[in-house]
Design a protein around this ligand. Structure first.
Ligand SMILES: NC(=O)c1ccc[n+]([C@@H]2O[C@H](COP(=O)([O-])OP(=O)(O)OC[C@H]3O[C@@H](n4cnc5c(N)ncnc54)[C@H](OP(=O)(O)O)[C@@H]3O)[C@@H](O)[C@H]2O)c1
Length: 312
């Protein structure tokens, strides 16, 4: 039996439950492709699943390989695949209910895989799928952000935020972004028009009314965000469901979204990258064997850009 190195869990828990070990190499079934992983992006959802926080929503069997951001090369094709070829350089946010990408190989549905941006390497390409799809689905598909509108993006230096800022600027929006002062130069480099220090300022005191809020924080940040929306505006949250009462009281729309795999949108995002309008920012690169360290860093909540595991 062919094997591979992978990082998996046999039970929920802290970083200590992560095991770096030899596992059977998965085989692609109908409609699936086997991808040789070159790099895997780290996301907060990885350690949330490790801790069992999404257990009610997702029913994973153990052992479970974590990691749902990947860039690599198609190694082999299952039956009934028709779009990709062996050797294609691809990236994906695979289905989060299945084994992930902290591994030398991953099986992914062909419908979730797109050609990676040609102008960047695998490490940078692996920093884009989940954050890119989240930003795209939140700002464009859900909130309908268009040129000339004003958008407030919370945690603008983070994995989702940095991409959301760039995509909103590409669309022609005016962007306000929150981060601590140490990240304000980075925010300006991304294109943020008005950086706001969430540690020293109350954003609702310094931000003029906006059309869209991207809530990546929840709690009190979400509640206060309603105050900065124009009537008819849109609050889209990727962390907690906004209350209908608050939305109605402020005359705005509000919605929680859970990011969906989407090869078509990944292809569009690759196009934005290759046209020079979206950059992947990688804060730290670690080897696959250091997945535990990578998750500990992510869990601190102060990542600037992305953490990426270099696998091959
Ligand atoms: N619903 C979905 O499908 C979906 C999809 C993707 C992500 N998410 C969730 O969305 C959240 C953000 O994801 P991410 O990948 O962007 O996380 P991340 O990369 O870990 O975010 C880190 C950033 O958060 C900033 N930050 C921390 N506290 C803040 C505050 N109070 N106000 C403003 N910024 C703050 C930090 O900036 P400073 O160091 O400057 O404070 C840091 O740059 C996570 O909870 C994740 O699980 C959900």
């Amino acid at each position: 039996m062919k094997t591979m190195k992978a990082v998996c869990i046999y039970s929920y828990g802290g970083p200590e439950v992560l095991r770096y070990e030899e596992m059977p190499r998965p085989r692609p079934q109908a409609g699936e492709v086997l991808v040789r992983v070159h790099a895997a992006g780290i996301n907060p959802v990885d350690w949330k699943i490790r801790e069992g926080l999404l257990h009610d929503l997702l029913h994973h069997p153990f052992p479970l390989v974590l990691g749902w951001d990947v860039s690599g090369v198609v190694e082999s094709l299952g039956p009934d695949t028709n779009r990709l070829r062996v050797g294609d350089e691809v990236y994906s946010k695979p289905d989060i209910t299945r084994d992930g990408a902290y591994a030398e190989f991953i099986v992914i549905k062909e419908s979730e895989v797109a050609l990676k941006p040609a102008s960047i390497d695998h490490v940078h390409s692996a920093a884009l799928p989940l954050g890119g799809l989240t930003a795209w689905q939140a700002l464009f598909e859900t909130a309908g952000l268009v040129a000339g509108q004003r958008v407030l993006i919370h945690a603008a230096a983070g994995g989702v935020g940095n991409i959301a800022v760039q995509l909103a600027k590409w669309k022609g929006a005016h962007v306000i972004g929150t981060a601590s002062a140490k990240n304000h130069d980075f925010l300006r480099k991304l294109g943020v028009d008005q950086p706001v220090d969430h540690e020293k300022e109350r954003f609702e005191d310094v931000v003029a009314p906006v059309d869209v809020v991207l809530d990546t924080i929840g709690g009190d940040t979400q509640t206060r965000s309603f105050k900065v929306l124009k009537p008819g505006g849109f609050l889209v949250s990727i962390v907690t469901s906004p209350t209908t009462e608050l939305a109605t009281a402020h005359g705005v729309r509000a919605k929680f979204i859970f990011t969906q795999a989407n090869a078509g949108q990944l292809a569009e995002i690759a196009g934005v990258v290759d046209s020079g309008n979206l950059k992947a920012y990688v804060e730290t690169i670690l080897p696959l064997s250091a997945a535990k360290r990578a998750q500990e860093l992510s869990q601190r909540g102060h990542t600037c850009g992305k953490l990426v595991l270099l696998v091959n």
